[in-house]
Design a protein around this ligand. Structure first.
Ligand code: ATP
Length: 289
């Protein structure tokens, strides 16, 4: 039966959500009467596959590309072994490489079973704090994984249907997940998901252009060597303050732009007139802290 692929930053609450989902499936299945469409669900077994169930150590699994490959291999074997007509499999792992999510989707497709992706959206700062508290990942590995993370995109078939949950959500979109993967109703994602997932390509395009222009203004100003380190970025009345003693690199700017884009998607979308200033404020905060 269905394959549920979790995805999210390290220490972003995936295991917590996986357990909530398992509990929901168990409760809903137990509540089914022998009649009705969902009664066929009564004999499902539910598995959570994660580092713990596979005996993998996070301090080792993400050390090198070869270690990661081995860990992904173990995870994939477990999915292939467990996924069947009577088994629900929840893959509670980072699943941060889109090619890997595609491979998981292919396993579900090969046995003709539905799948969905649940993205645990979480700001890096929050995940970082939770990671610090538990020591789950070494700091360096945590930061590398944040940079490499390839966020699910509901426009691709392997990341769709996509359910986005954020730490503030007290409840999973249970009915929508049930309908999508157990009843196999082709229903659009719930409203809270819709507002969080950007669909309007026009908005996306303008958002990209606006933030890109701010980055270009920074690069130009650094090239000209303005000693005030204060920039008037396009479309922003708020001045952009560069760090006084160092040059900001393009890769740092790109990373901050990606983070800002994710944050914007996770919350109510900024009005387009506010994007430039929002980005400038975000840069002021993060470049000078
Ligand atoms: N919504 C939340 N509110 C408060 N604390 C949370 C929340 N979600 C997760 N945490 C805390 O963050 C830590 C990491 O959570 P969890 O193990 O679920 O994350 P994970 O994404 O599965 O991590 P990993 O990447 O190691 O698999 C735990 O200590 C957990 O208690």
């Amino acid at each position: 039966m269905p394959l549920v692929i979790l995805s999210g930053l390290p220490s972003s609450g995936k295991t917590r959500r996986a357990q909530e989902l398992k509990q929901f499936f168990e409760t809903r299945i137990a509540a089914q009467s022998p009649d009705g469409t969902a009664s066929k669900a009564k004999d499902y077994r539910i598995h959570i596959i994660n580092d713990e169930s596979l005996n993998l150590n996070k301090h080792v699994s993400y050390n090198t590309a070869a270690d990661e490959k081995k860990a992904r291999g173990a995870l994939m074997s477990a999915v292939e072994r467990l996924l069947s007509k009577d088994d629900i499999v929840i893959v509670d792992s980072l699943n941060y490489i889109k090619g890997f999510r595609y491979q998981l989707y292919c396993v579900a497709r090969a046995i003709g079973t539905p799948h969905c992706v649940m993205f645990c959206g979480c700001l890096p700062d929050m995940a970082r704090a939770w990671n610090k508290a538990t020591g789950a990942y070494p700091e360096k590995i945590f930061e590398e994984l944040v940079v490499r993370f390839e966020e699910p995109d509901s426009r691709t078939k392997w990341d769709s249907p996509l359910f986005v949950v954020v730490p503030e959500d007290t409840k999973l979109p249970e009915d929508e997940i049930w309908d999508a993967v157990i009843l196999k109703k082709a229903k659009p994602p719930n409203l809270s998901t819709v507002v969080k997932v950007v669909k309007e390509t026009n908005y996306l395009y303008e958002f990209d252009q606006t933030t890109q222009n701010v980055i270009q203004a920074i690069l130009d100003a650094q090239k000209s060597g303005d000693p005030t380190k204060q920039i008037k970025a396009p479309l922003s009345n708020i001045p952009l303050q560069l760090p006084p003693t160092r040059v900001v690199t393009l890769s740092e700017l790109r990373r901050l732009r990606r983070q800002f884009t994710s944050i914007n998607k996770m919350h109510t979308l900024l009005d387009m007139n506010r994007v430039a200033e929002g980005f400038v404020e975000y840069l002021n905060q993060n470049l000078n802290s």
